[in-house]
Design a protein around this ligand. Sequence first.
Ligand SMILES: CC(C)(COP(=O)(O)OP(=O)(O)OC[C@H]1O[C@@H](n2cnc3c(N)ncnc32)[C@H](O)[C@@H]1OP(=O)(O)O)[C@@H](O)C(=O)NCCC(=O)NCCS
Length: 251
Amino acid sequence: MLTWYKKYQIMNITWKYPPKNLTINATEIHIWKTHLEQSAIDFKESFDILNEEEKIKAQRFRFEKHQQRFTIARSSLRRILSLYLWISPQKIDFQYNAYGKPQLLDNINKINLQFNVSHSENIAIYGITCHNLIGVDIEYMRPMAEAENLAKRFFSQKEFEQISKLPSAEQDREFFQLWTGKEAYLKAIGKGISGGLEKVEISPHEPRKFIRLPESNPNNYNLVYLTPENNYLAAIAVENKQQNYQYWQLN
Ligand SMILES: CC(C)(COP(=O)(O)OP(=O)(O)OC[C@H]1O[C@@H](n2cnc3c(N)ncnc32)[C@H](O)[C@@H]1OP(=O)(O)O)[C@@H](O)C(=O)NCCC(=O)NCCS
């Protein structure tokens, strides 16, 4: 019997700790993962890395769990970017586009590093490239009683029909696969879901790829799925068809 990730051609990969002198070139795509539930000491250290605006955002979360997840995810982003930029995590400055996508300020980003982040439950993933736009999305795979209804509301008519035809046990998986792929692309172009989930079309069969995209030629974007841990599904959308993926873990 096939395990589900083999059946769906989803990579089950090995994560390595990064070398001391980490570099990236224009053909590489670096994917990082980190765990968001950490000890109180680690949390305090992480909180201290945030800037004032991020500290205020963290403190606004009503539940401690969400405060901790945001803090660890953002401080880990700072730590990861600092490895490429050779400056301390605290010195990293972000700017935000009209849809809230964080990007690096040009004056600290001489190598045109592009990045995107996604977090779900206990895991955050980060996509890093040089020059090429990248978007990532991770979801904790949970039973979705509403998969069909959500597909009707947010996906194209064709995709809704495709999901409706599946046995109910397979609907959730298909829903997450389409959702993460679409969101990854929309995050790459910086619009998030306000860019229109229904406008991004993914082939219904393996190998999954983009077949229709708003603002881009689908042949110019690569779509990759992976399972960072059991029960999590992540999608990576990256401009240009580079295939040189490397996987790093922070903790
Ligand atoms: C932003 C959005 C993509 C987040 O989706 P999500 O599944 O809840 O969260 P994810 O974990 O996948 O991604 C969150 C991360 O994406 C990044 N992000 C935020 N806005 C983004 C955007 N427009 N494009 C790409 N990435 C974005 C941030 O790094 C964020 O991490 P943070 O919470 O630590 O700051 C989604 O809420 C959305 O599309 N919202 C609409 C955006 C919009 O129209 N905003 C207008 C007012 S600002």
